[in-house]
Design a protein around this ligand. Structure first.
Ligand code: ZN
Length: 502
């Protein structure tokens, strides 16, 4: 009998390259393949002890591959804090192999929290309050590293639960290299204590206010309470004191991903809101790690882009660009000009892509400098000379000229902080963050992280490897008894909602 020729066995996945990840169980480094299938990107890895796993990392392979073209130059540090011994991501602290500076440093003030969110990605034990000396050491580490700082982000636990929050913020502003201090908060204490908002305004703090949903039931699932009254009070206090506030949203597939449009509009419509920072859910920490999810059908950064575009009629996919300072897979952003007539136009449409990219390079968040003054003049020229092609050109020009006079007043020198505030009256931001957890961690992307936790022990650790690996051995948190984060019933309900058909 003639033998039939052997058919080649083709994998349904196309291999794109190798990186390093960690095993989600034992957190040891493992090699990982980056693969494509049916227009989506996956990370596939295998631990000798815990077996093989695969997770989706981008629902849009075309965006993922194009984004890799947007590699910003590496800004080196003057001093690296750890040595390269075991390799990325185990040596973080950061070692000389790191490929970006710490433009958006994160400082954890306390692990005390006044909420017990089912989605919490930290592991709060309520045992730590940062002292003045520790803050000094963190700021020294930043200063010695020679990094340029766009903003320091103060986090918790719940940072407003720290009795000396204002003093810690003042310590930051005492340093010349710090122009912005942002407090990331659930807003409960800001709403309840009118004095706190006044103090935050007085000291010049910015706020990132957690707001995941406008629906009380979804907040109940995400945060363990409906948050409606708390949010009203917090937003009221922040508005009253005109504190520049960015909304901070965590998105779970099938739960609140249908609210991207309404949340973005909510952020753009309020005067004191500077924009919105939307992040993918990470299944890490005391809450997140216990939540069930489907590794091949979880939310990714590209879902945020498409969701925002589908739900906002003034947005197109081409309005978003990969973040231009960290790794391009860390997220995407666009800036929206708020027009005099109440309309919105995405800034990237008002100039060519190269000028836009030049103006945005080197920073994690926009910090207006001479380049931006040139860019603003450039887009005024561009709109003026293309006024018959650009819709609403007259209103755009009027708004841009007023903005230019306000932000760069002739014959007057504004300090950087005042200039930042004036920019934010006209230009709102939409940041879409693609955070990584122990399942999706790609050390290739991590190596270009520009958002690192600063520890009093002198280390700076990229946020995604801090939460997944290094927080467990942070000497600050190894003493307290664990708070029970949970209500497993809640988590079960969340899981059910997360998987329900839409
Ligand atoms: Zn393992």
């Amino acid at each position: 009998m003639p033998r039939s020729p052997q058919q080649p066995r083709l994998s349904p996945y196309t291999y794109h390259g190798m990186t390093v990840s960690i095993c989600a169980e034992c957190k040891k480094s493992v090699p990982a393949s980056i693969q494509e299938r049916d227009g989506k990107m996956y990370l596939s890895k295998s631990c000798a002890e815990h077996g093989r796993s695969r997770v989706i990392i981008a629902s849009d392979a075309a965006w993922y591959k194009e984004a890799l073209e947007f590699q910003a130059p590496t800004v080196m540090l003057r001093k690296y804090q750890t040595e390269t011994v075991h390799g990325c991501p185990q040596d973080c602290g950061v070692c000389p192999e790191h490929e970006q500076n710490n433009a958006l440093p994160v400082i954890e003030l306390t692990d005390l929290c006044n909420m017990e969110c089912p989605v919490c990605y930290a592991d709060n034990k309520g045992s730590y309050m940062m002292s003045g000396d520790e803050m000094t050491r963190c700021l020294d580490t930043l200063e010695e590293s020679g990094t340029q700082v766009d903003a320091i982000v103060i986090v918790g636990g719940e940072p407003t639960a720290h009795p000396e929050l204002i003093e810690r913020i003042e310590q930051c502003y005492e340093r010349d290299f710090v122009q912005r201090v942002v407090v990331a908060t659930n807003g409960i204490l800001i709403g309840k204590r009118p004095k706190l908002a006044a103090q935050l305004a007085e000291v010049g703090a910015y706020v990132m206010l957690q707001l995941d949903s406008l629906d009380p039931d979804k907040n109940q699932f995400l945060r363990g309470q409906d948050m409606i009254r708390n949010r009203e009070l917090a937003l009221g206090a922040l508005r009253e004191h005109q504190i520049d506030t960015t909304l901070m949203t965590v998105v779970i597939k099938g739960l609140n991903d249908d609210e991207l449009g309404s949340l973005i509009r909510f952020a753009l419509e309020s005067d004191f809101l500077t924009g919105i920072d939307i992040a993918t859910m990470v299944y890490t920490g005391s809450g997140g790690s216990q939540m069930k999810f489907h590794p091949l059908d979880r939310i990714t950064g590209t879902d945020l882009i498409h969701g925002a575009v589908d739900q906002c009629d003034f947005l197109e996919t081409s309005d978003f660009m990969p973040l231009l300072h960290p790794h391009p897979q860390c997220g995407a952003a666009t800036y929206i000009l708020r027009l005099d007539d109440g309309g919105y136009v995405p800034l990237p449409r008002l100039s060519d892509r190269d000028s836009y990219r030049r103006a945005m390079l080197g920073h994690f968040i926009v910090v207006p400098d001479e380049r931006h003054e040139d860019y603003l003049r450039e887009i005024i020229d561009h709109v003026w000379s293309h006024s018959d092609e650009i819709e609403n050109a007259e209103v755009i020009l009027r708004t841009l000229r007023r903005a230019a006079d306000d932000i760069y007043p002739p014959g007057e020198v504004l300090d950087e902080r005042e200039r930042n505030r004036r920019v934010e009256r006209y230009i709102k931001n939409i940041y879409l963050h693609n955070y990584m957890d122990e399942h999706s961690l790609d050390a290739g992307a991590l190596r270009k992280c520009a958002c690192m936790q600063v520890l009093p022990d002198g280390r700076m650790i990229p946020d995604c490897s801090y939460r997944t690996i290094h927080r467990a051995t942070d000497p600050r948190f190894n003493g307290g008894a664990a708070i029970n984060h949970g209500n497993d019933g809640l988590r079960h309900q969340l899981h059910t909602i997360g998987k329900s058909p839409r």
